[in-house]
Design a protein around this ligand. Structure first.
Ligand code: NAP
Ligand code: MG
Length: 498
């Protein structure tokens, strides 16, 4: 693989509004320091409420003009598909930006660009399948058309853990539907989302259809959530900010879809082959430094097999290469920022204080300049401990045990979250009992974290509202308009009838 280096000079970015590259109206900027190297890697416009309102107006005007929504599905498909191919061409450049801004390993970042491009390809096909329905079953002289129409201007607010991938779970589908958009990426990782503006322009997207601003949740995200000119918000991030957005968006009762946190269990039964599943456990927790809504952060294992499991998981976790995210062999890079780093260390302290046993790691890696934490494992974890039911968003695995199926289900469901879960068993009955009783939007049986653009993804309980991906995802960005057409209309008798 090609070698990647820390660039000598950081990149300068502008906002993308109405097809133009602009500074913030105050001319203020902010910087991002690479969490893996401690160096400035990007400088972005610090957008304010006024900038956000200008971007919303641009998206509103583009929607009103119908320049995008009135293209044929085939024409929209072409531009969405072209975007996928440019993402592929520029994958290494985009991946490097994400590695520098987020601390994620470069080889993983390159894979993510291919996943993102794959969703653009899939969404392109959806653009051609918008057709609505007809009903001729409500009377001989009545024909009803149920048309699918784009919802309008969509505000998109994304987090820092998978910047281009997460916006790619939203934007291409909204574009396929004919919507226009204003996007606010996380202030920690805005680079690739801003570059997406350049890619869309090259792909032929009309001006104003997509507008992208860098800046903080408040005021940029807040203005989007409150605006009467935004018809829908699609948000990925923390459950706390998700609740805040629901409240802030009440002014015009805009539609809100949410992808939030998780505390995802992997339930392991005695008949499962531990040598087969062990890699999925280690991947499940340490992938993206554990900063992943799908992190498999809770192992719930039958007590008969826990001892041999612990030995194997510790051996495997020790082999995971942690370090400079620019090294193509590294699997675990740097933690996103000091705040998240401190939060993870506090959870490690709370695990110890509440009586769990620290079996591996638990420390900062001080030999490196950036923010690195050792892969960490707690055993003897009880369901009521904080490390068993709260989202840590770091490389910390909690191992709990169970005796009966009922107990496994109860522990698995003992959080406010319901994003994803895993079940490892060779027994079909056990697998079916578990998949029916675990409250989660996705349940993996004998695998972890598989995903496809064709398959819906989202959370139950406080993990979210609505679903992304899959053929139905386009309906999230559309309204249904029922048109009732009567043939041979004759006057009714309401006025004079008894
Ligand atoms: P976050 O605080 O929920 O932020 C997500 C996005 O919302 C960011 O773009 C953020 O802007 C924006 N935002 C913040 N306050 C806002 C407001 N008042 N109105 C509108 N938008 C607002 O998440 P985070 O800071 O990225 O990460 C914190 C925690 O969120 C993590 O520890 C983890 O628990 C969770 N998380 C979950 C996922 C997931 O995929 N489910 C992903 C990432 C994080 P800023 O640029 O100002 O932050
Ligand atoms: Mg934040």
């Amino acid at each position: 693989m090609k070698t990647f280096r820390l660039p000598e000079k950081h990149k300068e970015y502008k906002n993308f509004i109405n097809g133009k590259w602009v500074e913030s109206s105050s001319n203020e900027t902010f910087e991002r320091i690479s969490p893996g190297h401690g160096e400035v890697v990007g400088c972005y416009p610090l957008s304010n409420q006024r900038d956000t309102e200008i971007a919303i107006l641009s998206a509103r005007n583009a929607f009103k003009s119908k320049e995008w929504s009135h293209l044929t599905g085939a024409e929209r498909e072409k531009i969405i598909r072209k975007t996928a191919s440019i993402i592929r061409e520029r994958a290494e450049e985009l991946a490097l930006i994400e590695t520098l801004e987020s601390g994620k390993p470069i080889s993983q970042a390159i894979d993510e660009m291919e996943w993102a491009a794959g969703i653009w390809d899939y969404s392109a096909t959806l653009a051609r399948h918008i057709a609505g329905e007809a009903n001729t079953n409500v009377g001989n002289d009545m024909t009803v058309m149920m048309q699918k129409v784009p919802i309008g201007v969509v505000g998109m607010i994304t987090p820092w853990n998978f910047p281009l991938l997460i916006i790619s779970q939203k934007l291409p589908i909204a574009l396929a539907a004919g919507c226009t958009a204003v996007i606010k990426p996380s202030e920690l990782t805005p680079g690739t989302t801003l570059l997406l503006g350049e890619i869309l322009q090259e792909a032929g997207l009309p001006n104003g259809v997509v507008n992208i601003l860098a800046g903080y949740g408040n005021p940029v995200g807040q203005t989007l959530a409150e605006s009467n000119d935004v018809d829908m918000i699609t948000f990925t991030g923390s459950t706390a900010v998700g609740k805040h957005i629901v409240r802030a968006s009440a002014g015009n009762l805009k539609k809100v879809t949410l992808e939030l946190g998780g505390k995802n269990p992997q339930i392991i039964f005695p008949d499962a082959d531990i040598d087969v599943l062990i890699d999925a456990v280690v991947f499940g927790i340490y992938f993206n430094m554990g900063e992943c809504c799908n992190s498999g952060s809770r192992i719930i294992i039958h007590e008969e097999v826990v001892t041999s499991f612990i030995e194997k998981v510790v051996t495997h976790a020790k082999k995971v290469k942690v370090g400079d995210p620019l090294d193509p062999k590294v699997k675990v890079g740097a933690i996103i920022n000091n705040k998240q780093f401190d939060k993870i260390m506090e959870y490690i302290a709370s695990g110890k204080a509440q009586g769990a046993t620290l079996k591996l790691g638990g420390n900062r890696i001080t030999s490196k300049k950036g923010l690195f934490i050792e892969p960490t494992i707690f055993i003897d974890v009880k369901p009521e401990m904080d490390i068993a039911c709260e989202e840590i968003f770091g490389p910390v695995l909690s191992i709990l045990t169970f005796k009966t199926n009922e107990e496994a289900i109860e522990i698995a469901n003992n959080t406010v979250y319901g994003l994803s879960a895993g079940v490892w068993t060779k027994d079909l009955d056990t697998a079916m009992i578990m998949t029916r009783n675990i409250d989660a939007g996705t349940v993996w049986v004998n695998n972890w974290m598989s995903g496809y653009p064709e398959i819906p993804f989202g959370g139950m309980k406080q993990s979210g509202l609505g679903r992304e991906l899959g053929p139905q995802s386009i309906n999230e960005f559309m309204e249904t308009k029922s048109i009732l057409i009567k043939s041979n209309p004759a006057s009714g008798n309401w006025t004079y009838g008894s």
